[in-house]
Design a protein. Structure first.
Lengths: 91, 91
DNA sequence: TTACTATATGCAAAAACTGCATACCCATTT
DNA sequence: AAATGGGTATGCAGTTTTTGCATATAGTAA
């Protein structure tokens, strides 16, 4: 499922136009992103937690050439599924 | 940020009551979950992709006793941040 | 208050990460 | 509707990172 299909379905369930459904959806993702930018984590009970994980610089390797490479520190968004979410997929 | 705070903020941005904001939010997460249950992945352009990842069975350990334990195969929801999302946090 | 979530422990094995080329799928534009 | 551009998936190896086990406690949320 891609974003377009998701929006179409939400448009139905929420009784909104597709444009409004998309606006609503974008507002939510942007709110989550803004919170994460503020170095926060976003916990959503029953769904999961979004966290910004800091990754240290380290030595990697180009798998094609085998050559060693210095990898810079970086950050990435991690999603930790809530307990309820795991159970859905393991029962 | 927790769910309550997120809902409060969305209530403002979306010009909805908190109850409606929460209903809207829950509808979205449920829609995503349902899609994932159907063995699908959910791709959201500019945000990321939710996927169900299969995890193999393996040998674990009770950290309290040190005893070895067989861990069954399982599934978990993975979130892969989109390129745009990574850039936000690395610039 | 009741429910969920984080933490903390040791350790084995799975999985992620890196560069990069190709194939592919999606979205936007003409 | 078709074309184009861009993000994303895949595969490769080897090292780093994460995962997840049991369980109690502490903290937070509904």
């Amino acid at each position: 499922m891609n974003k377009k299909q998701l929006i179409a379905q939400l448009s139905g369930s929420l009784n909104l136009s597709k444009a409004d459904a998309e606006r609503t959806f974008d507002t939510i993702t942007n709110t989550i992103l803004d919170a994460l930018k503020g170095d926060d984590s976003v916990k959503i009970a029953g769904f999961g937690t979004y966290k910004v994980a800091k990754r240290k610089a380290r030595v990697g390797r180009n798998p094609r050439t085998g050559e060693q490479i210095q990898i810079a520190a970086s950050q990435k968004v991690k999603f930790l599924p809530a307990k309820a979410l795991k159970e859905v997929f393991n029962k």
